[in-house]
Ligand binder design. Structure first.
Ligand code: ADP
Length: 256
């Protein structure tokens, strides 16, 4: 089922089809620690995107020849469920999924202290349950949280957000429709404290000035998402601490 190209992606008041302003990110809801069988996990709802990440490790590596003598091997698999898009996606691994697995791994690697766990594997699985543009960015956001949830030492969380160009206007955090019908899409991953870009890709044609503005816009989006990521982690550990204190108090009362 192919969708018709909308006449306009941005109206005369600079409002987009989903009601957002040019530099608004989509509404985001994130949960951490959602899978009890994984060492770390996270789930994100971002607009219509629904993405789950699970981390296993550091653990024994198989096949053994992949072991690195001085660090852990970070292995990443990005996968889209057949029902994640309107037309059924073939369950066979596609070149796009291989490419995204590779760039996600490279975007996250600078944040992980792999040297703490030589000869082991840290396996990261990103499952897209529903896709609506920007899934590699949303995947990086949950993957970074899942790594933190697994207790893997990290420099900081990695955030990601795309900027683009539609109807001659620069826009932030593109939906699938804006990506397909717009003029340019530029996903970017970013470490806020280090001020380091760990992924930058671009589809389409823009001027150098637009490119620079898009980089700055995407970084601003990443900073907003980084705040949300940090709050989600803090809330989870504060709740866990409160639950522990309650348990301790109950145990004390029972003992008295
Ligand atoms: P990203 O999801 O990181 O933006 P792309 O730019 O390659 O990656 O894809 C944009 C969007 O296109 C995806 O988020 C998804 O909504 C849609 N899409 C990707 N692959 C397929 C597919 N095989 N069938 C239908 N839609 C797809």
């Amino acid at each position: 089922m192919s969708q018709k190209k909308p006449e306009k992606l941005v109206d005369e008041n600079n409002i987009r089809l989903d009601g957002r302003k040019l530099n608004d990110i989509r509404p985001v809801k994130i949960e951490v620690g959602v899978l009890s069988n994984a060492d770390g996990s996270a789930y994100i709802e971002q607009g219509k995107n629904r993405i789950l990440a699970g981390v296993y490790g550091p653990r024994e590596i198989h096949p053994r020849h992949q072991a690195l003598p001085d660090r852990a091997a970070l292995r990443c698999r990005y996968h889209m469920a057949p029902f994640s898009v309107q037309e059924r996606k073939s369950p066979a691994p596609s070149r796009r999924e291989q490419e995204i697995s590779k760039v996600m791994r490279e975007a996250l690697l600078p944040s992980v202290f792999t040297e703490y766990y030589p000869r082991t594997a840290i396996d990261l699985f990103v499952e897209v349950l529903q896709a609506d543009g920007g899934t590699r960015c949303a995947g990086i956001i949950v993957a970074s949280l899942a790594l933190a949830d697994a207790g893997i030492p990290m420099l900081e969380l990695v955030s990601a957000c795309a900027a683009g160009n539609a109807d001659g206007r620069l826009i932030l955090d593109l939906t699938d429709g804006e990506d397909k019908n717009g003029e340019a899409d530029m996903p970017l991953a970013y470490m806020s404290n280090s001020n380091a870009v760990t992924l930058l890709q671009m589809d389409g044609m823009v001027t150098q000035e637009e490119f620079e503005q898009m980089v700055n816009m995407a970084i601003e989006g990443c900073k907003q998402l980084n705040q949300i990521q940090k709050e989600v982690l803090k809330t989870k550990y504060l709740n866990a601490k409160e639950a522990d204190t309650e348990k301790e108090e109950e145990a004390k009362e029972e003992a008295a």
